[in-house]
Every structure is written in C-alpha cells, then in structure tokens.
Write a new protein. Structure first.
Length: 239
C-alpha cells in the first residue's frame, strides 16, 4: 500500500510538471478559480498589447517601455477586490499577470476588465450551475500588428466533481480544469464565448474524506469480523 501511494504521488507530480511544461502560451488568458460559496479568484495572464486592444487599458504597448504597475492596480482594482500584479517578458514582449479576488463571482462584471462578461452562479436542482458569456471587446482599440496565430483562452478551476460542461475539447483536465479557446481574431471581432458548467455541491476534498472514512470503517469492520470468526471457530478449552 505504501509503495502504491508513493507511485501515485510520483505520477501526479510528473503529470503536474508535464502539464506545466506543455501548457500553451496564450496572448490573453483568464483563469477563474471558483469556490462553492461563490467566492472566486481570477488570474489574468496577458500581453500588454492584448490588454490595450481587447480591454482598452491605458498602457504603453511599446515592447521596450516599462509597465506602470500602479496603473495596472488601478485598472484591475476596485474597493471590494484584492489585487496583486506582476510583469514578465516573453520573446522580448511585456506580459502582465494580475490576480483579483472577489467575494461574489457574479459581481466580476462590475469591474472594467471583466465587463465584457456576464456571470451567473446558482443552485440548479441537485447541482450548482455556472454560466458565463464573454461578449465584445472594448469598443475602441488601437490598431496592433499581430502574427495571426495568437490564441485567447478562458480556463476554469473547479472545486467539485463536474456533472456537465460544454468545453470544446469535451474533457476535464487534471485537477478539474476546463478550457475554452478562441483565436485572437475572433475575440477582436466579438464572437461570443459561451461557458456552461454544472458541478456537485460538495467539494472534492470533502467527498474524498468521506470515501476515506468509509474505507477505514469498512476495514475495521472486516478486521473485527475476522477476529470474531477466529475466536468462534477456535479450539474449545478443556472442561
């Protein structure tokens, strides 16, 4: 059993590393980490140029220009949010990484960077239903020079088992991740992205703990049964 646990841990670690190594580079990416109570953290990983073109950010998109982090915090921030930002460089271009935590995922559309989406999250029968529709980009975007193969992605990290989803791949990735991709050209043209997910109302961790507890209880019951059977069928002491 110990060996199996070790091997499983190694497999997960290798799988995690492989996923990190082979993850695609997106021009613009939103990663939404959703909790069962509706709180959420959304991470944006995007080139400065895509933030200017898609979201109307007032940033200098010159690859050699420094990125104003205070302007970034103002752009992504709001009174009811918690924001952290950082900047990196990829192939000589500036990329922004912002993390925004909100108390209600449905209020994300009130923030200018996410106003192009509508968010719904509520109980639907025995499941929790999440719907997001991504609409048109900022009405006035500057003309940029693109390579033509840039990809935009919307990814979800879910806290419980997925009952239904409409992700184009049809697959739930490791760690309950779903992904919707779109070409930058389609995103610039305002082609909508329809995201629909239904999940169980109990977290994966809680479900796992229940299964683990049930397995332990069953093991103890089986052990007690074996001990009882051995004592019952053992030799009878002399009178």
């Amino acid at each position: 059993m110990c060996a199996a646990v070790v091997l499983l841990g190694l497999a997960c670690a290798i799988g995690g590393c492989a996923a990190g190594v082979f993850k695609r580079d997106y021009e613009y990416e939103e990663e939404l980490y959703l909790s069962l109570d509706g709180t959420a953290t959304i991470n944006v990983n995007a080139s400065v140029a895509s933030l200017v073109a898609l979201r109307g950010a007032h940033l200098n998109h010159d690859p050699h220009a420094r990125v104003d982090r205070s302007a970034l915090r103002t752009f992504f921030g709001a009174p009811d949010t918690r924001v952290s930002v950082s900047v990196s460089r990829r192939e000589g271009r500036r990329f922004v990484h912002a993390s925004i935590a909100v108390d209600d995922v449905r209020k994300l559309s009130r923030l200018p960077p996410f106003a192009w989406s509508s968010y719904q999250f509520s109980r639907y029968g025995e499941v929790l239903a999440f719907n997001q529709t991504v609409g048109s980009p900022a009405p006035r975007h500057r003309t940029m020079q693109w390579q033509g193969g840039e990809i935009v992605a919307f990814r979800m990290h879910l806290p419980s088992a997925v009952v239904f989803h409409n992700a184009p791949s049809g697959e739930v990735e490791r760690g309950n991740i779903l992904e919707w991709e779109q070409s930058l050209a389609d995103r610039m043209a305002g082609k909508p992205v329809d995201i629909r997910v239904q999940i169980e109302p109990t977290s994966i961790l809680a479900h796992t703990m229940w299964l683990f507890g049930g397995t332990i209880a069953a093991a103890f019951a089986a052990f007690a049964g074996v001990v009882w059977w051995i004592r019952r069928s053992g030799p009878t002491p002399d009178q």
